[in-house]
Design a binder for this molecule. Structure first.
Ligand SMILES: [Zn+2]
Ligand SMILES: [Zn+2]
Length: 272
């Protein structure tokens, strides 16, 4: 299973040379290759994924939306535009089975937020809303979900493929101890991608903002027996030097830990 980071930044894109190593764009992660992709979130990084898919179309794409904050949605029309050649495009969210997901997404991609032409993009797109914690069916993959602690709600996902497992937990404000539901979601995962936006000092000043620290991500990694951790949703206030220093602190405590870098692909070996 290949996991590619198209966007790793939180809140808003960070431009300039000081951010070049870890990257500029907001969240978008693509899983798989060839004719089927599972994509988690459609931040500004999703525009480049859309362009890549326009050049090399997939047969089916399943987009999982963790929640609808702008930094996770701003690239959505560009991703959809790029995947129009795909035979099937499915959009999923686990924030309530009664949510009008199609209406919400269409309103976001319509005037006055986007030009009228965006309406045309949705022809044939299928929308699926389930309750928090319910499983999602995506082209034979069973994707597990768990609710996160975030203003307005958000969803953590566990994707299994070829005998390997990816868990993505962003945006989430961890408590003093790991949430048992998230320990279960992340149990023995090959790769955990976890919100590490704040330093301990920032987190103390921003209670209720809905984000986590490296320390909280490491606590869940240990509690769940995770094999590899990738910090994610980097603060746009943290330049490359800051992130490299925090990454070194993390690796001193858990060797199989990095901060995710835009453009990086992590290959989880296994299966046929
Ligand atoms: Zn966010
Ligand atoms: Zn958010």
């Amino acid at each position: 299973m290949d996991v590619t980071f198209w966007g790793v930044r939180g809140s808003y894109p960070a431009s300039g040379a000081a951010f070049a190593e870890f990257g500029h764009h907001t969240p978008c992660i693509a899983v798989g290759a060839g004719d089927h992709r599972i994509v988690i979130d459609a931040g500004s990084g999703a525009a480049a994924l859309g362009a890549a898919l326009a050049a090399a179309p997939a047969r089916r794409l399943d987009l999982l939306l963790s929640h609808f904050h702008l930094d996770h949605m701003i690239g959505l029309p560009f991703l959809i535009a790029g995947t129009r050649k795909a035979a099937e495009l499915h959009v999923h969210a686990a924030l309530g089975a009664d949510l009008d997901l199609e209406g919400l997404v269409r309103r976001f991609c319509a005037p006055p937020y986007f030009p009228d032409e965006a309406r045309e993009l949705f022809r044939g797109v299928q929308f699926h809303a389930v309750d928090p914690g319910a499983a999602i069916a995506a082209n034979g993959h069973r994707i597990l979900t768990a609710p996160l602690t975030h203003p307005g709600g958000a969803t953590g996902f566990r994707v299994e493929h070829d005998g390997r497992s990816l868990v993505v937990i962003t945006d989430h404000e961890a408590g003093a101890r790991p949430d048992p539901r998230l320990v279960a979601l992340a149990r023995d995962a090959d790769l955990l991608v976890h919100d590490t936006m704040f330093t301990e000092e920032e987190a103390a000043l921003r209670v209720g903002w809905g984000h986590s620290t490296l320390e909280a991500a490491l606590a869940l990694t240990t509690a769940a027996g995770v094999r590899r951790l990738a910090g994610f949703h980097h603060s746009p206030a943290h330049d490359d030097a800051t992130l490299r220093a925090r990454e070194a602190q993390g690796r001193a405590r858990f060797a199989c830990m990095t901060f995710a870098r835009e453009g990086e692909t992590i290959r989880l070996q296994g299966g046929p």
